[in-house]
Design a protein around this ligand. Structure first.
Ligand SMILES: [Zn+2]
Length: 245
């Protein structure tokens, strides 16, 4: 974890946030996330880094929370246990059993069905009150299938609910390293970012780095994109409150 902080300092960032994947009950999705017994240790490691790097870079305590329909009470209890700076809400499973086969990336059904189910779950998550930030908004593009005009209504409706709920939208640069995309890009696409800005939704730029060298990946490109949109509002979080970035 220290290597991520050092990388952030090298890249001139003022702050770095950690957001490991939250545990789920009964070993659901266990291959990609912390186990329940690891959560306290994770929090402690981040808070230790915060103290150790004080005055050099700010270290934020975050969590990427998988929203799973039916597990709201479990998630609420899990989140209440620690002093998070922010909770990023994400949808990685389209079924409640959290099977890999239901990842948007692996989904075998029709494209319309994929996006329809996905955005339905995003809206449930947005209205659950459990998270502060909506992660990688159009991540089903990782299936290699882009959204089309067919999804435009669903996208607008979901963005409006994000605005209504007062959540921030993540501009996630991990698409620049995902070979499944037809060309390197952010999640969501520029068109969606512009639509979100027009709706007054604040943005937070994340690299979703899984390795230290991916910290702040392509932040310069996002910066030049956002510079063209004067209304774009960038935020960060402290103690689950939005503050200007
Ligand atoms: Zn994610």
């Amino acid at each position: 974890m220290e290597a991520f902080v050092e990388s952030a300092i090298d890249r001139g960032l003022k702050a770095i946030g950690f957001a490991d994947h939250n545990p789920l009950p009964n070993g659901l999705g266990a291959n990609v996330r912390m186990e329940e017994a690891e959560l306290d240790g994770y929090v402690k490691s981040v808070l230790d880094l915060r103290r150790r790097y004080e005055g050099r870079i700010e270290v934020l305590l975050g969590l990427e929370m998988d929203y799973v329909e039916g597990l709201e009470a479990y998630l609420e209890k899990q989140i209440a246990r620690h002093p998070w700076d922010y909770i990023i809400g994400s949808i990685h499973y389209l079924d409640a059993e959290c099977r890999q086969i239901s990842w948007p990336k692996n989904f075998a059904g029709e494209t319309a069905q994929l996006y329809g189910r996905y955005f339905e779950l995003v809206r449930k998550m947005v209205n659950s009150g459990l998270c502060d930030i909506v992660a990688h908004f159009d991540v089903p593009r990782r299936s290699g299938r882009a959204h089309t005009e067919h999804e435009a209504g669903d996208i607008t409706r979901t963005l409006k609910e994000i605005a209504q709920a007062g959540l921030a939208l993540e501009v996630n640069t991990s698409g620049y390293r995902h070979p499944e995309l037809s060309r390197p890009d952010t999640y969501p696409t520029r068109t969606i970012i512009v639509e979100a800005v027009a709706l007054g939704i604040p943005l937070i730029v994340n690299s979703d780095a899984h390795t230290p060298d991916a910290v702040a990946l392509k932040f310069d490109e996002v910066e030049s994109l956002l510079a063209k949109h004067k209304d774009a509002r960038l935020v960060t979080f402290r103690n689950r409150r939005q503050v200007p970035a």
